[in-house]
Design a protein around this ligand. Structure first.
Ligand SMILES: Cc1cc2nc3c(=O)[nH]c(=O)nc-3n(C[C@H](O)[C@H](O)[C@H](O)COP(=O)(O)OP(=O)(O)OC[C@H]3O[C@@H](n4cnc5c(N)ncnc54)[C@H](O)[C@@H]3O)c2cc1C
Length: 445
């Protein structure tokens, strides 16, 4: 859509100011469309946000988020809101440590991708994962060919070192569930846009001042600066339909009666969408979204020593990924429920993860932390099994002026920043009447 071209008369009401709602709003506002963005919370960002934690005395994110240089929709969104410089690109080198039963035998390695689409790094024993063979990697093509009903575990042969050191951690991180449950097609969608295109597309992009500073605050400022209206503290309870259209948005604090030219985009996660649409579209049955990610945060007396990688993958441990920002170390535990992690364990969980962090970062035994906290996101992602994927909703609905966005709509991508932003792009296209297919599935290779 060309910036500045007025899309249509009437107002577009977007409900949900997570990345999907913000992305929809940015696209439409950029075209001169009048937009009102309604959000239940007092802040934007949804599942991708920063906040001040009094216990740590630091601003932290609700959880570590990884974006890659191949995430073209996220990069376009950042460019549109003038925030391209707020993410810092890292080289595509991925450091891992496997915590052995005996700390003396902890094993460390770094996967260093090469430039260009041909992955010759797998032919270099020093650059590939220890104890793996080139043939193991070649068998990975089966993931690309897997049908919609297949899980990662069903699609991929072999349970050797490549499985335990690459496929398992990658699936947990990208799909937030175990390979036995995760949709093979969703995992392939991630690889297709990053690893399969070469090093240039899988450089991690980090937000040194937090997700809010990089992705949310500039979008809110940009929208407000261009006349979009952001209304916080507005909880949508239900949508009322009349004559095949959404007619009234019933918010907890009052109704929004829609005019003849008004349109609506609901950018809500599945568990919130279901009750909102119960009356207007009773058959709507999105995937569940009770999939937990836990993050542990530790404030140290001083920043960890220089020379440590900014992101460290950890195996044979409760901790999966360790991120560092100044004197705060944060640890991601994906698929916490699927893996049976006792997320209610509080202090015990903190103590267990700290021991792993200390070993992984090579800190001396007995090194203390100043303060710590656990953040549990119980609805981090939708059910990304083949059955859950089959339930993803299309962005067009039976109501002519009602559209859906959000990471759980059928983008073809997993529940990610990239998927959420892309869903917003497509919802904006549909609102403007410019998308032909009515589906947000991305067929580009
Ligand atoms: C801990 C964690 C780690 C993650 N890690 C990564 C990662 O490494 N990389 C990655 O790409 N992605 C990651 N994700 C996923 C990513 O955060 C999400 O895919 C993305 O933020 C979803 O955006 P969304 O706009 O679709 O939904 P949401 O962010 O959920 O936004 C929905 C908005 O709607 C609002 N809302 C809900 N109900 C109502 C209502 N009735 N009325 C009005 N407003 C309402 C909510 O308050 C919210 O602001 C992670 C998520 C979590 C939780």
């Amino acid at each position: 859509m060309a910036e500045g071209a007025i899309v249509a008369e009437g107002t577009v009401h977007i409900v949900g100011a997570g990345l999907a709602g913000l992305s929809t709003a940015v696209r439409l506002t950029g075209c001169g469309q009048k937009v009102v963005l309604h959000e239940a919370n007092r802040f934007a960002g949804g599942r991708c946000r920063s906040f001040h934690d009094p216990r740590l005395g630091r601003e932290i994110d609700n959880g570590n988020h990884l974006i890659f240089s191949g995430n073209r929709s996220a990069l376009a969104y950042l460019a549109a809101i003038g925030a391209g410089g707020r993410l810092v690109e890292q080289p595509a080198r991925f450091a891992f440590v496997d915590l052995a039963a005996d700390p003396e035998n902890d094993r460390r390695w770094t996967v260093a991708l090469n430039r260009g689409p041909v992955p010759w790094w797998i032919a270099a024993p020093g650059r590939r994962i220890p104890d793996t063979r080139v043939a193991d990697y070649l068998a990975s093509v089966r993931l690309a060919l897997a049908g919609p009903g297949k899980t990662v575990a069903q699609a991929l042969p072999g349970r050797g070192p490549l499985w335990t050191r690459f496929w398992v951690p990658l699936t947990l991180a990208a799909i937030n569930t175990t390979p036995e449950r995760a949709s093979a097609q969703l995992l392939w969608a991630v690889l297709r846009e990053t690893f399969a295109r070469g090093e240039r597309y899988c450089r991690p992009l980090l937000a040194p001042r937090g997700l809010g500073h990089a992705l949310i605050e500039p979008a809110v400022a940009w929208l407000e600066g261009r006349g979009a209206e952001l209304r916080f503290g507005r909880l949508l309870r239900t949508v009322e339909r009349q004559a095949g259209r959404a007619a009234i948005l019933r918010f907890a604090d009052g109704d929004e009666v829609l005019g003849a030219d008004d349109r609506v985009v609901l950018a809500l996660p599945p568990s919130r969408l279901r009750p909102v649409l119960q009356q207007a579209l009773p058959g709507v049955d999105p995937p569940g979204d009770a999939c937990t990610i836990v993050n542990a945060f530790f404030r140290l007396a001083e920043p960890p020593p220089d020379g440590l990688p900014p992101i460290l993958g950890v195996l044979s441990s409760t901790a999966h990924w360790i991120f560092r920002r100044g004197d705060v170390v944060s640890v991601t535990v994906s698929a916490a429920d699927a893996l049976g992690v006792d997320t209610t364990a509080g202090e015990n969980l903190i103590a267990e993860i700290w021991q792993e962090v200390r070993r992984a970062l090579g800190l001396a035994a007995g090194t203390p932390y100043l303060s710590a906290r656990i953040n549990r996101e119980r609805r981090a992602t939708f059910d990304q099994s083949p059955a859950g994927v089959a339930k993803r909703l299309q962005p067009r609905t039976m109501l002519t002026n009602l559209f859906l966005a959000g990471d759980a709509t059928d983008t073809g991508l997993p529940a990610t920043i990239e998927g959420a932003i892309r869903s917003g792009e497509r919802a904006a296209e549909l609102v403007a009447g410019r998308a032909g297919t009515g589906t947000v599935r991305d067929t580009k290779g």
